[in-house]
Design a protein around this ligand. Structure first.
Ligand SMILES: Nc1nc2c(ncn2[C@@H]2O[C@H](COP(=O)(O)OP(=O)(O)O)[C@@H](O)[C@H]2O)c(=O)[nH]1
Ligand SMILES: [Mg+2]
Length: 409
């Protein structure tokens, strides 16, 4: 088998998104030690990636829509199991955590608005444990207040990021329409943003970033742009944690997930070929069938193609789940066990494996070792095919769920 390595956009090994230079040096020092040590290290990294924690704070006055926003980010409606209660009077002065239903390492923290509390800012900052978050969302249902600006200043001093989210924009649009006012939505949005930015700058925020959203419409207004900005503001494994947890509500998100997961596959293939690899009857090479099975299940969840995710998407998109399931055309959504994985490998081993393009996060010195191990190439190819198949299905599902997304081919 001929294998050609492709390093994607990486200019040099020091620019790995997942590995520090020290880790790369360590990995490359295994040249003499062989594949097993190397692969064990890679597997450790995969586990770290899976367990990467992300803590997102959402603050703002009572009634602004914090709980509804948190539910939207988790793909839930207010009535769904595990959803944050909405429309209720805030009775707690404590922060409340809401884990993502599928990716519990991603946690949204509902913080009572500073304005509703009777204690000074420094107490608010320590009680709400400001130092523990990766970034902050400051949410309002109309203009931002001085309290919002003061909270932002504290966050800035902590060298953390914050975003201003003006929620309930659907109400504004409805109210204009109700009055028979003709307006251009882009101009209207620009005006609202200018006003909000003006207020915030007046309160001492240098370059406020403002998004206009409706927490009821995750695929409309600035919601997709907000998600994009949040993803881009993070690096490495935290970036992946957020991206993978986001519901596949736009073509862009699905494609970003595909691009990012492609960079995981060489690691998964290395671990499968070396760490838990066992000879498989009927195959001429040893692989870790369990790891491949778990990976398929993880990928499926990431693209929202498991039963629970499809149901949640149907709820949010207000479409019968049967309409979504009708366009799913892959056996990858059924039961995944080791026998299933083996059959896939047996079938794919008949396909010609001539050139495998491998996306590497960095060029390992022992890169040539992969070429010698056919189980690496087979697993790599299998997982790449699986990823592409799931992505095609995710696109079909989304086209039914959100037919207005302009990104559809
Ligand atoms: N029209 C509209 N209503 C919203 C939106 N977000 C929240 N709401 C409603 O506003 C009320 C307060 O929302 P909630 O999430 O409980 O606010 P919280 O007190 O900040 O947690 C509830 O009745 C929500 O249904 C939105 O984007 N658009
Ligand atoms: Mg609430």
């Amino acid at each position: 088998m001929f294998i050609c390595f492709r390093r994607d956009t990486m200019a040099s090994s020091s620019q790995s998104i997942y590995f520090s230079q020290q880790e790369i040096n360590e990995l490359n020092s295994y040249e003499q030690g062989g594949l097993i040590m190397y692969a064990a290290q890679i597997k450790k990294k995969l586990n770290n990636m899976k367990n990467a924690k992300l803590n997102i704070a959402v603050t703002g006055d009572a009634g602004a829509g914090k709980s509804t926003f948190i539910n939207a980010m988790r793909g839930l409606r207010g009535c769904d199991e595990g959803a944050a209660k909405t429309g209720t009077k805030e009775t707690t002065m404590k922060r409340t955590p809401y884990k993502h239903p599928d990716f519990p390492n991603v946690c949204f923290w509902d913080l009572p608005g500073f304005g509703s509390l009777k204690f000074p800012m420094k107490d608010y900052v320590s009680k709400m444990e400001f130092t523990t978050y990766d970034f902050f969302i400051i949410i309002s249902q109309n203009r931002f207040t001085e309290n919002d600006a003061n909270v932002a200043k504290v966050i800035k001093n902590l060298r953390k990021r914050f975003y201003f989210v003006r929620n309930k924009i659907d109400n504004d649009i409805r109210s204009l329409q109700g009055q028979g006012i003709v307006f251009n939505i882009k101009d209207k949005f620009d005006n609202v943003k200018q006003d909000l930015s003006h207020d915030l700058m007046g309160a001492g925020i240098a370059e406020p970033i403002v998004f206009l959203i409706s927490s009821f419409s995750v695929h409309e207004f600035d919601f997709p742009r907000l998600k994009g900005q949040l993803i881009n503001s993070l690096d490495g494994i935290k970036k992946d944690a957020l991206l993978m947890s986001l519901r596949s509500t736009t073509v862009k998100i699905v494609e970003q997930k595909r691009a990012q997961l492609k960079k995981h596959i060489w690691m998964l293939a290395t671990a499968s070929a070396a760490v838990g690899a066992l000879p498989v009857p009927g195959l001429s090479f040893a692989v870790d069938l369990g790891l491949i099975g778990t990976t398929i299940i993880d990928f499926r969840k990431i693209f929202g193609l498991d039963d629970a995710s499809l149901q949640r998407l149907a709820n949010v998109a207000n479409t019968p789940v049967g309409n979504l399931k009708a366009v799913v055309r892959t056996p990858l959504v059924g039961e995944i066990n080791e026998e299933f994985v083996k059959q896939m490998l047996v079938r794919s081993s008949f396909a010609a494996v001539s050139v495998v393009e491998i996306y590497l996060d960095f060029i390992p010195i022992i890169g040539s070792i992969f070429g010698a191990v056919s189980s690496f190439g087979m697993t790599y190819k299998l997982l790449t095919n699986i990823l592409d198949e799931l992505v095609e299905n995710a696109h079909r599902v989304m086209k039914v769920a959100f037919p207005t997304d302009p990104g559809h081919p």
